[in-house]
Design a binder for this molecule. Structure first.
Ligand SMILES: Nc1ncnc2c1ncn2[C@@H]1O[C@H](COP(=O)(O)OP(=O)(O)O)[C@@H](O)[C@H]1O
Ligand SMILES: [Mg+2]
Length: 235
């Protein structure tokens, strides 16, 4: 008869006592992958350890929905980095520098929020800046599938990093950067959808595009700034 190999016991098997510890409510000896340190309440200071999170996205342009999420995130995380993805394959309406300026102005009143840019894998960036969580927003069920897929992929790539989903206030739950761009490009009102400074920047862009289409060469503007109408198909 075949003999079963004896089940390895701790300490040979790291984390072998985990289930017993969890059942007894003791601090778990599990590896960080299963015991994210930001959920470890056993800090010697008697409080949750400092948690740094990143909020990655395109923010083209940043909206009131993004801002709502940033404000919520800044309340539960000790530090929040709004991280603009530099994606050379996308044809954005706003340059990364413009988006950064807008986000910096929007978050200037939030002490624990900073703005940065990154390229490549989100998990690599998170690791580089020593963040322990990725903040993402879920507006409706339609966001869920994609966000879940991405969160699980990121977990596969970096098991110690947690994705935290937050919901915006209902009044912002229908706002997306893509819709804001489309409405602005078609001359609709984007009041209440984006902060005032973003609205102004969008209007400037649209004016430049309009002048360009009317054959005028707007003073001090480059040709590439006048091509925003053609983006519509890609939105
Ligand atoms: N109105 C909103 N309310 C809450 N979250 C939002 C809103 N708009 C976008 N988000 C969330 O912000 C994050 C960044 O979105 P976005 O700027 O579109 O970049 P991405 O290209 O990563 O989708 C995503 O998690 C998205 O679901
Ligand atoms: Mg999006």
């Amino acid at each position: 008869m075949e003999r079963r190999a004896p089940r390895p016991s701790s300490p040979k098997w790291p984390g072998g006592d985990a289930r017993r510890s969890i059942a007894l409510g003791l601090p778990s000896p599990l590896a960080p992958a299963y015991n994210p340190s930001f959920l470890d309440l056993s800090s010697t200071e008697g409080r949750v350890k400092r948690i740094k999170a990143i909020y990655p996205g395109s923010f083209d342009p940043p909206t009131n929905g993004h801002l709502d999420l940033i404000e919520r995130g800044s309340k539960i995380f000790d530090e929040l980095v709004v991280a603009i993805l530099r994606n050379p394959e996308k044809d954005p309406l706003f340059s990364v520098a413009d988006r950064r300026k807008m986000l910096e102005a929007m978050t200037s009143g939030l002490d624990n929020v900073s703005v940065d840019t990154f390229a490549g894998l989100t998990v690599d960036y998170a690791l580089r800046v020593e963040a322990r969580a990725i903040l993402r927003g879920i507006r409706a069920i339609s966001d869920y599938e994609y966000e879940l897929q991405m969160a699980l992929m990121n977990r596969k790539l970096q098991p110690g990093l947690e994705t935290v989903f937050m919901m915006p206030a209902e009044k912002y739950s229908y706002i997306s950067s893509r819709l804001v761009r489309e409405v602005a490009q078609l001359g609709g009102s984007i009041e209440c959808l984006v902060p005032d400074l973003v609205e102004r920047k969008l209007r400037e862009k649209m004016d430049v595009a309009l002048k360009f289409e009317n054959g005028e060469q707007p003073a001090g503007k480059t040709r590439s700034e006048g091509k925003s109408k053609s983006r519509k198909k890609k939105a």
